[in-house]
Design a protein around this ligand. Structure first.
Ligand SMILES: Cc1cc2nc3c(=O)[nH]c(=O)nc-3n(C[C@H](O)[C@H](O)[C@H](O)COP(=O)(O)O)c2cc1C
Length: 277
């Protein structure tokens, strides 16, 4: 896959959900890069899903896509098409976010949509089979120069500009012992990039316990949230894993992801995966 041209930390810090798009079209060269990148990302998937581009009307007009008024001005979208059986929401999160960060690197804006879009409308438009569905889409394009009232009000509603502090998210050996940023060593920047990640309704359900072996990732669910059609919070865990691994790789870390022994965590947390050094 084409490497990111920018610094991963900058890309993660600059990415923000964009809900109002300008008229500026994506040029042919960039569009070709987008299509190739989606194919490259998709080819690394081990579970059953595809990443598809869904273009505008092709006549310069805006094709109306149902987002319940949540997105304005966009005519280009990317979508996840998942098999109903055998898709893995952690992997979908990890790879869709990989695509989102590559789009940001190409100067394009996006907004993860897992709830506020017309699923049936998209499914018809992309002509998918009955054994498949669309859990996630995102507009892709150039955002308006300033956030619109729409953007600002959604951002205020979900507190999109804030993130939980380190002592609520990251721990060392036990949850009795919050991890201090200053002593997190090599994990400091990868964990900070986890903290800055997007999550459904900005709920930030990721928790990490570090120990001498590495970083152990857990999900602290908001009970019942986002489970109606698709496990959005496992998706958020995939985003955290994506941010961690891309940042760790840029810093030359060569750990690996394993499912295995991990420190004890509160009973309500679900263990997801460990990055072992
Ligand atoms: C899995 C997932 C699903 C999301 N679904 C929606 C959605 O349906 N509608 C929406 O307006 N924003 C949605 N968002 C965007 C979040 O609200 C946003 O990422 C969060 O508020 C943080 O803001 P930021 O992305 O600008 O950092 C979703 C984000 C994620 C990660």
């Amino acid at each position: 896959m084409r490497a990111l041209s920018g610094d991963i930390e900058d890309i993660i810090r600059k990415r923000k959900s964009c809900r109002s798009y300008s008229d500026r079209k994506i040029g042919n060269d960039i569009m070709a890069e987008v299509i190739t990148m989606l194919k490259d990302v998709e080819s690394t998937a081990t579970s059953a899903f595809q990443l598809k581009y869904s273009g505008g009307s092709g006549t310069g007009g805006k094709e109306r896509v149902g987002t319940y008024g949540m997105i304005s001005g966009a005519s280009d979208y990317i979508a996840v098409i998942a098999r109903r059986e055998g898709n893995n929401p952690v992997e979908i999160g990890r790879l869709f976010e990989t695509a989102v960060l590559h789009l940001a690197d190409l100067g394009l804006d996006t907004c993860w949509l897992g709830g506020t879009f017309d699923r049936k409308g998209f499914e018809g438009r992309l002509d998918i089979g009955s054994s498949e569905y669309i859990p996630i889409v995102s507009p892709v394009g150039y955002g308006k120069e300033r956030f619109s009232i729409l953007d600002s009000s959604v951002r205020a509603m979900v507190g999109a500009d804030t993130r939980k502090p380190w002592n609520e998210l990251f721990f060392h050996e036990s949850t009795l012992n919050p991890l201090e940023k200053e002593i997190a060593g090599d994990f400091r920047i990868p964990l900070e990039m986890v903290r800055l990640g997007p999550s459904a309704s900005n709920k930030q359900p990721w928790r990490v316990i570090t120990d001498s072996k590495g970083c152990h990732f857990f999900l602290s669910r908001d009970k019942g949230y986002g489970l109606r059609t698709y496990d959005l919070q496992l998706n958020d865990m995939g985003i955290a894993i994506c941010h961690f691994e891309l940042t760790a790789a840029q810093w030359g870390m060569t750990g690996s992801w394993e499912n295995g022994p991990h420190p004890q965590a509160p009973a309500e947390w679900e263990y997801v995966r460990s990055y072992l050094i």
